[in-house]
Design a protein around this ligand. Structure first.
Ligand SMILES: NC(=O)c1ccc[n+]([C@@H]2O[C@H](COP(=O)([O-])OP(=O)(O)OC[C@H]3O[C@@H](n4cnc5c(N)ncnc54)[C@H](OP(=O)(O)O)[C@@H]3O)[C@@H](O)[C@H]2O)c1
Length: 333
């Protein structure tokens, strides 16, 4: 049997569906009964409601040892997708606790219970920093603690350290480092977490674009490739999962066209983005609200980060789904 954490989130829900479609028996954890509905909605969207009934749900928190221990009974393989995702500096403590301590708990139980293979869903945020002579970030690029990193990136990097410790203690592991993961377009126009925010911001009428870039991938590719890695003889390695590096302006244009809304037309140069970041900080301090632009998101919006997907293509011969085509397809769902 397979244990999946984060099954009420974008990746975990799609992974549960993919595992079930491939004949696996799955157990998923939840913290709030209501959130299971999110998973059900994904299954219904793909007309797979019958498969949803096959998930065994157990209430557990990755930070709560007694509840977590029960979820490991009869488990052979673990996919650890649960994480807290936030770029708000006020969330630093919860980020570190959930992502590092939570992953340590998952690793410790996996060692103690003799799990055959453990998969950790990390992020490109946990990959290294380019040295002056380098141009593209790979799995081998070294993390430079002197460089600025978001608390989220530090927490995912710290989580990876826990997974590598597990390897030292005898656990077979796989780490995947996806780029921005695109899933179905949310029906509501209220602010969603994670990559759904891309759609929501464009749908609500985004005026600005930047010429920064990052790696993108569809959620279907993330779960398909992760499953293939877990089924293969490959172990104790990490793999960057991106379909392509895309400039933010281009992804916004594709989403705008797919949603039939006006394309963002004003180029937000770094100086303007930094001004917006400072103004947002002042407003959030005055009105005690969460920050919508942080130093890290401001910098990320104009950084031209390039990621290589050569390692996974060589290992599995992976061909990725076209991200622009995917956006057009999900807009019709
Ligand atoms: N989305 C992206 O663009 C992206 C890109 C790269 C990497 N990733 C990584 O991919 C993984 C999945 O991301 P996602 O987009 O699916 O995130 P998501 O939609 O925000 O889902 C997060 C999941 O983690 C669970 N969770 C959080 N804290 C928990 C805790 N203490 N105990 C148990 N479960 C907990 C949540 O459960 P509740 O429903 O109870 O809150 C939810 O199921 C994460 O590890 C993330 O770092 C995501």
């Amino acid at each position: 049997m397979v244990l999946v954490t984060g099954g009420t989130g974008l990746v975990g829900a799609h992974l549960l569906l993919h595992l079930l479609e491939n004949g696996e028996n799955v157990r998923a954890i939840y913290r709030k009964q209501n959130n299971i509905q999110k998973t059900k909605s994904f299954f219904e969207l793909y007309k797979k409601a019958d498969l949803f009934e096959k998930i065994e749900w157990l209430e557990a928190d990755i930070l709560d040892i007694p509840s977590l221990e029960i979820t490991f009974i009869g488990i052979e393989y673990v996919y650890h997708c649960a994480a807290f995702i936030s770029l708000d500096p006020k969330d630093e403590d919860l980020l570190r606790k959930t992502n590092i301590e939570g992953t340590a708990n998952m690793v410790n139980f996996s060692i103690a219970k003799g799990i055959k293979k453990f998969c950790f869903v990390s992020s490109i945020a946990a990959l290294g920093d380019l040295a002056a002579h380098e141009t593209i970030i790979t799995e081998e690029t070294e993390w430079n603690p002197e460089k600025p990193h978001s608390d989220y990136a530090i927490s995912k990097y710290g989580a990876e350290m826990e997974v590598w410790r597990g390897l030292q203690e005898g656990l077979d592991v796989i780490i995947v480092n996806p780029g921005v993961i695109l899933g179905p377009i949310p029906k509501s126009k209220t602010c969603e977490q994670g990559s759904a925010e891309f759609y929501v911001r464009v749908a609500n009428g985004l005026s600005f674009y930047t010429l920064g870039s990052t790696g993108f991938i569809t959620v279907n590719d993330v779960v398909r490739v992760t499953f293939e890695l877990m089924k293969s003889g490959i172990k104790n390695e990490r793999f960057t999962l991106i379909a392509e590096n895309i400039v933010f302006r281009d992804i916004f244009n594709t989403i705008s066209d797919a949603l039939k809304v006006k394309r963002p037309s004003i180029h937000a140069k770094p100086i303007l983005v930094n001004f917006a970041w400072i103004a947002d900080g002042i407003l959030s301090a005055l009105f005690f609200r969460k920050r919508s632009i942080t130093k890290a998101t401001a910098k990320a919006s104009y950084s031209k980060s390039l990621y290589s997907n050569e390692k996974i293509k060589t290992a599995l011969g992976t061909v990725f789904q076209d991200v622009h085509q995917y956006i057009n397809d999900v807009a019709k769902l």
